[in-house]
Design a protein around this ligand. Sequence first.
Ligand SMILES: C=C(O[C@H]1C=CC=C(C(=O)O)[C@@H]1O)C(=O)O
Length: 451
Amino acid sequence: MMTLPDTLLIALNQGKTLFSWSQPIHSSLTPWTFLHHSQNLELDTRFYFQTPTQDHTIVAFDTLIAFTGNETTPNSLTIHLAQLKEKLYTNKMDGPILCGGLPFSQIHTEEPLWGDLADGYLFLPKFLIHTSKRGTDVTFNFQATNEEELNKAWAAAQGMLLDLTTLKFKTDSLPTTIKQEDVKPTEWLKLVDKTIDHLKSDNPLDKIVLARHLSLSAESDYPTHLILENLAKQQPNTYLFYLEKDGTTFLGATPERLLSADETTFQTVAVAGSTPRGKTEDDDLSLGNALLNDPKNRLEHQLVVDRLYKELSPLTTEFLTNDTVSLLKNRDIQHLYLPITAKRKENLSFIDAIYQLHPTPALGGEPKKLAMEWITDNEFIGRGLYGAPIGWLNLTQDIGEFAVAIRSGVFHDNQGLLYAGCGIISASNAQSEFEETAVKFQPMLRGVLTK
Ligand SMILES: C=C(O[C@H]1C=CC=C(C(=O)O)[C@@H]1O)C(=O)O
């Protein structure tokens, strides 16, 4: 076990009370091993996030400091993060990482299965493993106001590293799902018709995204990390995300980035308009071509593109990508796709930019405010973190990456609730949207039902 580094003691004597210590780990342990090993420990929080290219994987455990509800608004978060920075000592250039999900909407209908997670949960973990092209680092975050607390916190962190790297696997398997039920299917079809009528009536609304739900029950509790592991095998080229807090887990495999930020650029994508994958290569190609040439889907997508350009313009100085729309193909579904990269203006915060973009018309609608009001007033079940920004941000450098949490579900004990949404415009048809959302449930269903 490593002894307490002197620099931490010096920082304490200089008045620092929040400590973030990172060190490389030279081991063959993968992020999955950590997630598996963690099942043997009593932890209040678990988090997993992996980019589609797998060039960043973050696994984090236990909460040191968390922001939820009103604390996650952009102003409040900015103040809280600045306060953390003031008392922070870190041995790393790029500082500690906060991870989690921001709420889909501050105003929302309660849904018991979500518990507190529905209010958003951005946390500074006690323990984090980050795997990137540079290798694997472990970070311990802790608070202490005197030497005794510092020694205790350091010993606890080292003990956790030892546990996570030496404990044996718990051999779990996924239970049989005994009930799989569309939630209020007839009412949902009626709601789509009502929404289409509303879009056709005299108001500025062009698009509203509606979510549908599928409820699941299993013969015993879901070991949710195994669902994530299935998704990792079954859904290449997607963001994998997993947020577990006090026994409730929200997880999924989304193709959609909301915003990633490095020191100089913002990167987002416009993903909207959907069709299934074909059974043969020819079939797949013709479905893709039909999607590229379908006016209804092109309009759904263009509304997202236009909004992203509009929202990004004041935050950036120059767009670095062209306007060629292509197809994004995942295992079960394909979408119209346009990546957008722009040079970010200096001193413009990543958090502000996230809130500026969220929800794009791929999840909310156009215009944003009216669409969000319609969603809140009419959907049967609260969205919680479905469709919300999920990911990470660096505390000291204003960088990070958030995905749009779709193709997802929330689980507690032996219960699950899957979410799938679709963009409604005046030319939509309720039955086709029902079928499109059925395809969008497929990735999560495959993950849950595979033993
Ligand atoms: C809202 C979802 O998908 C969005 C992303 C891509 C395509 C969409 C569509 O074609 O409607 C949706 O806007 C979902 O999968 O739950």
